[in-house]
Design a binder for this molecule. Structure first.
Ligand code: ADP
Ligand code: MG
Ligand code: MG
Length: 493
């Protein structure tokens, strides 16, 4: 295992000709099978042009025992975050911490409270759907075997389920075609070490079972999307499988369009979009403040939240994914409130990195000290989603100093840096161009959970495939569309 993770024996050395053939095959397979993303807007290509998604040339190695461990934890994480979302008192406490320092999170919670008041605590729809993704990096120390550490758990707009199924198919195709040269047909690359990834169908199943639970034939799933979304094809795959496997039609609309054409029946609380009844609202937008371009877009979110459509996620569930929540859950006593089973709790906790608040508590004081003495061991995170928002290592003290007002620090968490192996080798193919280097892979496990927020009964809870994203070891962030990273598939070792 370590020889592979050290880059000594994998990936195989290829001739220039072999590499060229692989890249052509990878690009053409991707374009033929919809492993694509909209062309970057700076090329002025227009909406209609797509390119193959940035993809690694080889599947990246990942220890099988740790992969199985991560998958095995997913239903417990699903249940944990469903419980957190149902605990208004707990989330109220979190919002008080963020009051006055994070306007967006405060606005989300205010809207949640307003909806609660308007419905007098009896929601039009008790069921909520979570399509979550729990992300991990391998953590290594000089003396221990690698282990997995959770980076974060996403409760809204968790992406790349559609494309990651295809990434596994593409690498399997390249392998079976004999294009990996000497490695082809070896014990290393086979159907077991390169598993099929059920993420696309798994997430579609989550939406499908929610649609079934809503129970109205002919009703639709409303995909709430960003204008000019580059990653639209990833979303389209869920739409196609939802139709194929469940006979359910999806409609895509932006918050602006829903503000304009979404209607809430004041008596029945049925949500209609352009006249069609909506069973499930699936948010692939609305996770970042810039999605709310006008007061009308907030009204659109309110209209959906007030309706009897099943939300994926509800406002409370969206809020439960705040990084502040992740930080608070590191405390054993807090975690015990949501996970009473000590055995399950210790399994979850084994994946947690240390995370500290930047408030005036004792832990907050400890965090300040650590920033002074060893900032190189930490990453500072605001309550934002979508990549590119973190501050790393030595830049932390200067960044915080510039915020002036120390009360604003409360909007951030300080997280111990996870230390993945840095000698793994791979190449990333972006727009047909090969770049080789040392890489770091982040494993995300998808999970679906459908539960009743009034009775707290969990109706469905299952793991739904995975995502491997890979970036060069010298890049801090891994955003695929943002140009830092790529999609990958696992080579289990
Ligand atoms: P976002 O919600 O914006 O995706 P993340 O918490 O996932 O925020 O951080 C973005 C990226 O930063 C991660 O994908 C990972 O590459 C890197 N990162 C985040 N936390 C850590 C950490 N504790 N150790 C090492 N890298 C991290
Ligand atoms: Mg996130
Ligand atoms: Mg992330």
């Amino acid at each position: 295992m370590s020889a592979i993770l050290s880059g000594a024996t994998y990936p195989p050395t290829l001739t220039e000709e072999e590499t060229t053939n692989l890249v052509i095959a990878l690009r053409d397979w991707s374009l033929s099978h919809g492993l694509v993303i909209r062309a970057p807007t700076d090329t002025n290509a227009g909406d209609e042009l797509s390119v193959h998604v940035p993809l690694t040339l080889h599947p990246s190695p990942f220890p099988k025992n740790l992969f199985d461990q991560a998958r095995g934890l997913q239903t417990a994480f699903n249940a944990l975050y469903a419980k957190v979302a149902d605990d208004s008192e707990f989330l109220n406490g979190i919002t008080e911490e963020l009051a006055g320092v994070d306007e967006f999170m405060s606005d989300l919670w205010k809207l949640h409270l307003e909806v609660e008041e308007m419905t007098e605590g009896v929601p039009a729809q008790p069921l909520t759907l979570g399509l979550f993704r729990s992300d991990y990096l391998l953590h290594t120390t000089p003396t221990e075997e690698p282990s997995i550490r959770q980076v974060e758990l996403n409760t809204i707009s968790a992406s790349f389920g559609g494309l990651s199924s295809l990434a596994a198919d593409c690498h399997r195709f390249l392998s079976k075609s004999g294009l990996y040269g000497v490695a082809t047909g070896s014990q290393l690359l086979n159907d077991e070490t390169m598993p099929l990834n059920p993420a696309a169908r798994g997430l579609a199943k989550g939406l499908g079972v929610a649609h079934d639970a809503y129970g109205v034939k002919g009703s639709i799933v409303l995909f709430v999307v960003q204008n000019l979304e580059r990653n639209a094809f990833d979303q389209r795959w869920l739409e196609y499988y939802l139709l194929e496997d469940f006979g359910v039609v999806s409609v895509r609309a932006s918050l602006e369009e829903i503000a304009e054409s979404g209607e809430l029946d004041p008596i029945t609380k049925v949500l209609r979009y352009k006249g069609r009844q909506v069973a499930v609202v699936y948010y692939r937008a609305g996770y970042t403040p810039t999605d709310y371009t006008s007061p009308a877009t907030w009204e659109a979110r309110k209209k959906m939240e007030l309706s009897k459509a099943i939300k994926c996620p509800s406002l409370a569930t969206h809020f439960a994914g705040a990084k502040k929540v992740q930080q608070v859950l590191v405390d054993e006593l807090v975690l015990a409130k949501f996970v009473p089973d000590a055995n399950v709790r210790s399994q979850l906790k084994a994946t947690f990195a240390d995370i500290l608040p930047l408030d005036v508590s004792d832990l907050g004081k400890k965090a300040r000290k650590l920033i002074e003495t060893c900032p190189e061991k930490y990453v500072l995170k605001p309550q934002r989603e979508g990549g590119g928002n973190n501050v790393y290592r030595e830049r932390i003290p200067g960044y915080l100093a510039e915020l002036n007002d120390e009360t604003l620090w409360r909007g951030y968490i300080l997280m111990e840096l996870i230390e993945p192996p840095r000698d793994v080798r791979n190449a990333i193919i972006r727009a047909g161009k090969v770049k080789e280097g040392n890489v770091i892979s982040e494993l995300g496990i998808f999970g679906c959970v459908l539960w009743d927020t009034v009775t707290h009964e969990i109706r469905q809870n299952f793991e739904a495939g995975w995502l491997l994203r890979t970036k060069f070891a010298d890049s801090e962030e891994g955003g695929v569309a943002a140009g830092f990273g790529s999609i990958d598939s696992v080579l289990l070792i």
